[in-house]
Design a protein around this ligand. Structure first.
Ligand code: ASP
Length: 380
């Protein structure tokens, strides 16, 4: 069983559902390991749970990327599983009490922002100049209003600033420094930039060549000549860790929220897909809410989050699962774009496709059973 130690700030009031599997979980074929209960069999049951309609639902990710299984020894894997379940339960608590999908996604994302495991808030990666610059966005599928922010170095929870921008300004997208002024005026927690320092991210910053595709593609010719050649695959072996959540609430409203530190050794003022509505985040009540993670340049070029909804909108009877698979496994894969999305439709059905070796991910529906996975075919 999972020993429920918390490495993030959220303390679940429903923590027992992490420790004690429900009756349906117990019916599942399970493999007891020394660190967790792994449902390596019974995948059809998880598939059915994804496809099952639900009055409310929350789906989330903690980043997709090249995650070599041996880079995650059981104790580390367990930390991720616990953290993802905490985030799921934070969102579940809101939805189960009749709260809104906006509040639920914000709550789930805040848990992951406060957790150093993820590349958002506290665990944000470093830019090539050694800065942590965070960005986030949130969208309300009922009103189609959205808030987004970027270049943040002092706001503890960027997702809450995105929410403030949506709720209190006439704009969608406001960058620092003005956005940071708004955060302070709105009473959001402001921290010293050193708050974002974590040793594992610093090591990744030092280990990694500074010639990411983004740098080489946009560098002036004279500068480009000085850069060693790169392979897109090698350029950013640590893209994973961005966080996001999508939810359907009991009022029938959808929301999506995404938060990130970007890519390791990105250009310091590089802006990725995460704060761009339609690319990293999108929600529209009749169709779906989508949050993405992966190589942001591709998510921008292919308007990934909206691409999924557009298939449902303009196609005939296109399901969320089919649309999301097509975008991630065909369009993105053929383009060489690595990543994945989590999404929920207007009936509470969820989809979590990714074309990388792993994606930290999970979902929870009205039965309150959290489902969490990292690699293909292994659910906790
Ligand atoms: N999409 C993010 C970015 O490119 C990175 C990630 O999802 O890991 O900024």
């Amino acid at each position: 069983m999972l020993p429920l130690f918390s490495i993030c700030s959220f303390r679940s009031t429903r923590a027992t559902s992490v420790n004690q599997p429900s009756r349906s979980q117990r019916r599942n074929t399970t493999t007891e390991t020394n660190h967790s209960t792994v449902k390596s069999e019974g995948l059809p049951e998880v598939d059915m749970a994804m496809a099952r309609p639900s009055r409310f639902a929350l789906v989330l990710h903690g980043g997709a990327g090249v995650i070599p299984p041996d880079s995650l020894p059981p104790p580390t894997r367990e930390k991720y599983v616990v953290a993802l379940k905490e985030a799921l339960l934070a969102g579940y608590t809101v939805l189960n009490e009749g709260g809104t999908s906006l509040d639920a996604t914000e709550a789930a994302v805040r848990v992951m922002e406060d957790c150093p495991l993820f590349n958002a808030g506290k665990g944000a990666v470093f830019s090539r100049d050694g800065k942590n610059m965070c960005e986030a966005s949130i969208m309300d599928g009922r009103t189609m209003k959205a808030g987004a922010t970027t270049l943040l170095t002092t706001v503890k929870n960027p997702i809450s600033l995105a929410r403030v921008i949506k709720d209190t300004t006439p704009h969608v997208f406001i960058a620092a420094p003005e956005a940071e002024k708004l955060a302070a005026e709105s009473g959001l927690e402001i921290v010293d930039p050193s708050y974002f320092f974590t040793e594992h991210r610093w090591k990744q910053h030092l280990e990694q060549p500074a010639d990411s595709p983004a740098i080489s593609e946009s560098a002036p010719a004279h500068y480009k000549d000085q850069l060693p050649s790169y392979s897109e695959k090698d350029a950013d072996p640590y893209p994973q860790g961005t966080v996001g959540a999508c939810a359907l609430d009991t009022h029938g409203d959808l929301a999506a929220a995404t938060s990130t530190g970007g890519k390791t050794n990105k250009w310091t003022y590089r802006i990725g897909d995460t704060p761009l509505i339609s690319c990293g985040t999108y929600a529209e009540n009749r169709y779906a809410a989508v949050s993405g993670t992966g190589n942001g340049e591709f998510f921008i070029r292919y308007a990934v989050a909206y691409d999924i909804v557009a298939q449902m909108k303009y196609g005939t009877n296109v399901s969320l699962a089919k649309a999301a698979d097509k975008t991630i496994h065909e369009t993105m894969k053929n383009a060489g774009g690595e990543g994945g999305v989590v999404a929920v439709d207007a009936h509470g059905r969820v989809a979590l496709p990714f074309n990388t070796t792993g994606m930290y991910r999970g979902f929870i529906k009205e039965d309150g059973v959290p489902h969490v996975a990292i690699f293909h075919g292994e659910w906790y």
